[in-house]
Design a protein around this ligand. Structure first.
Ligand SMILES: [Fe+2]
Length: 241
């Protein structure tokens, strides 16, 4: 809880809009429909915004952060390790916070009724995981590198390979939903979602870093992806709020 010595509620710094996606970005078609037509009203942060939500319903299972061990067999594809730290606006570790991911399989197909494009499902891959950060704010997942997949935004539209992330942070206003990409993807210049973030440095913060020290010999490549919940260095949210 963030309460000042005079019992004032201490809010979080507002997001710097230059680090975030454009709310209306016409090449990304669905932003045309969902962008508010009227000016936004900024609400003050009160106790309900700067406290909670507190996680505590379902315990984390042993294989929740290992998406390659959730079924009887191993999923097909390139096994990878994805790890990083969750930091607040002052660079401090955000401990004990829930990190959730979801993603397509190696063929670029989601296990979801809406995804019916002609790529195979993998009976050994659900594509969802969750974990808590440790005392240094670090999380770790073992998974399969997702494939690129087509979407119907425009002719011949393909999403760069990505993993969706959701973080709760210490308060409602620090919740973050974003996407992590892989270095060197040839689809970056063509992807309206990636390019709806105009700030080059902010876009780069969504690209994970290949790391040979995280890589495990004869087993899996390693990628580092740090996430900053607020402030000037904030990781861009999936969509503007
Ligand atoms: Fe996706």
């Amino acid at each position: 809880m963030r309460i000042g010595i005079d019992n004032r509620v201490i809010g979080y710094r507002r997001i710097d809009p230059s680090t975030q996606p454009e709310r209306l970005y016409e090449p990304y078609k669905s932003t045309i429909l969902r962008t508010p037509r009227k000016p936004l009203i900024q609400l003050p942060h009160t106790l309900s915004e700067v406290t909670g939500p507190l996680y505590g319903h379902n315990p984390i299972g042993e294989t929740d952060n290992d998406l390659t061990r959730q079924h009887t067999g191993e999923p097909l594809g390139e096994r990878i390790i994805v790890t990083g730290r969750v930091l607040d606006e002052d660079g401090r570790a955000v401990r004990n916070t829930l990190v959730e991911i979801w993603q397509a399989n190696a063929a670029g197909r989601y296990l979801h009724p809406v995804d019916q494009h002609p790529a195979p499902l993998d009976p050994n891959f659900t594509g969802a995981g969750r974990t808590f950060t440790d005392d240094e704010g670090r999380y770790k997942f073992i998974t399969i590198k997702p494939g690129a997949y087509p979407w119907r935004n425009h002719h011949n539209a393909w999403r760069p390979a990505h993993i969706h992330f959701s973080l709760l942070g210490p308060a409602l206003v620090t919740r973050l939903v974003t996407q992590m990409y892989f270095p060197g993807d040839p689809l970056f210049p063509l992807d309206p979602i990636f390019n709806s973030i105009h700030n080059e440095q902010a876009r780069q913060r969504l690209i994970s870093r290949f790391d040979i020290d995280t890589t495990q010999p004869e087993w899996a490549l390693g990628y580092q992806f740090d996430i900053v919940l607020r402030g000037r260095e904030a990781t861009p949210f999936e969509e503007a709020r």
